[in-house]
Design a protein around this ligand. Structure first.
Ligand SMILES: [Zn+2]
Length: 460
């Protein structure tokens, strides 16, 4: 009787010692983490999506998992990464696990749902946290085998091996990135900390308005607001949500777009006035004109023989205003042989439009100048090889004239009048969020500077 009591006492004593060791070690780890400067701008609690597998949340250290799950105490946690051409058994052998334990561990993982598949597809470089079994401590492994999941393998009080999949906790972080272009938008954006998929998103949504090949100058600046999904254990970005707000300052000209979901729930982008970011090219860049000659083969009215007509002719009185068919940059404005007085606008890297036989140019039209869709660029005339006043209009795709009637550019719908108040409220929220983030970015910078300052003081 006395002997049993003594054994229980000894057991308790050992447990207390173990707990003490664990406590000491976990303090150590916490301290190592606390030196990280938190760049969080705005943390929003994550509403966890309905989890079909009912996975529990993972923890940052094996200690915490052991406590959570009630496993045999562990000590002396180490980590390694799965090497190339190495399976889990080989990795465990490399870190001096005994075969007996390796087999138990592998069998335990095999029993998991799709365990065989998991074991055969563990990624190279996978982080393995481990504690080796000893007479008083249990074996424990934490495998970060996907972006979102960990496998935890542990020995319980009876030394039996168990495995369970845990979901890694995430947090959402609103992020505002500002940058100035030094030589190249791509490099400058990545340097400013923009994730690559966000950058590609930005380029595709601004592509209707900006010719990235030619219009970007050193000193131009950009701002992007979006939400990052971050692995709360590793602090790494695992996903990004669609851009909420983007602005680009091109030599003083500012483009701004806000994300707003259309009736199908898809993200679309509009400017402050509700105009869609998706611009098409006007098929008829003139008012009150009659289409007098279509695109295609025709008998040339002056030359007399059949010739391909690579544009549209609009008959209109001399002096009738001609509009820019889309936003773009004036590439040519002047005399151009048989075209007479001629204007060419470059809209994107792909599309250009040309206007011929003009009587004159608008005074604002100069080569290299940006022009907005619908602005008057010149007036109908009969200059060059022409039989009477008309506009000869061409759409040029990759430097080849195409039929303007057949171009299919996505034309975005603008915000409807009925929805405009909702839209205004929506963008006001985004603007307010941006102001909050600007403040917090500034505070972070001050905090980081102060941190560095105090470091220097200590060093001195
Ligand atoms: Zn023509």
């Amino acid at each position: 009787m006395k002997k049993v009591f003594k054994n229980i006492l000894l057991g308790h004593f050992l447990l207390v010692i173990c707990s003490f060791i664990i406590l000491l070690l976990s303090f150590d780890i916490n301290d190592a983490n606390s030196t990280q400067i938190n760049n969080n701008t705005n943390n929003i609690p994550v509403k966890r999506p309905l989890n079909l597998f009912n996975l529990e949340e993972s923890a940052d250290t094996i200690f915490n998992l052991v406590q959570k799950i009630g496993a045999k105490p562990v000590a002396n946690i180490k980590k390694t990464r799965l090497k190339k051409n190495e399976n889990l058994s080989a990795a465990l052998k490399r870190i001096n696990y005994e075969n007996y334990h390796i087999n138990k561990i592998i069998n335990s993982i095999r029993k998991l749902n799709k365990g065989h598949k998991i074991l055969s597809s563990l990624p190279v470089g996978m982080m393995i946290h481990y504690s080796k079994p000893s007479s008083i401590t249990g074996a424990a492994l934490k495998l970060n085998y996907t972006k979102t999941k960990d496998i935890f393998v542990w020995q319980d009080i009876n030394d039996t091996y168990n495995s369970q999949v845990f979901l890694r906790p995430t947090r959402m972080e609103e992020t505002l990135i500002k940058g100035v272009i030094k030589s190249n938008l791509y490099i400058s954006a990545l340097k400013s900390g923009m994730p690559e998929n966000t950058l590609l998103e930005m380029i595709s949504l601004l592509g209707f308005s900006i010719d990235f090949q030619r219009e970007i100058r050193s000193g131009d600046s950009f701002e992007v607001l979006f939400t990052k999904k971050i692995d709360a254990l590793s602090d790494l970005v695992t996903e990004t949500e669609p851009i909420k707000y983007v602005s680009m300052n091109l030599s003083g000209k500012k483009l701004i777009f806000f994300n707003y979901k259309d009736k199908f729930g898809l993200p679309q982008y509009y400017d402050e006035n509700g105009k869609s970011s998706k611009r098409t090219i006007m098929k008829t860049p003139i008012n009150g004109a009659r289409l007098s000659s279509r695109y295609g083969n025709r008998k040339h009215p002056i030359l007399g023989y059949t010739k391909m007509h690579r544009g549209l002719d609009f008959a209109a009185p001399s002096g009738t205003p001609i509009f820019a068919a889309g936003d773009g940059v004036i590439e040519k404005a002047g005399w151009n042989g048989s075209y007479g007085k001629y204007i060419r606008i470059r809209h994107t890297g792909t599309y250009k439009t040309a206007y011929a036989h003009l009587s004159g140019f608008n005074k604002n039209v100069r080569v290299g100048k940006r022009i907005l869709q619908g602005k008057i660029i010149g007036y109908v005339g009969s200059t060059g090889r022409s039989t009477g006043p008309h506009l000869h209009y061409e759409v040029i795709k990759n430097n080849i004239q195409v039929n303007p009637m057949k171009i299919k550019l996505p034309a975005g719908k603008n915000i409807s009048k009925a929805d405009f108040n909702n839209y205004k409220n929506h963008i006001e929220k985004i603007i307010n969020l941006k102001i909050v983030l600007e403040k917090s970015n500034r505070n972070n910078k001050i905090a980081i500077n102060n941190h560095n300052m105090s470091k220097k003081l200590i060093l001195n």
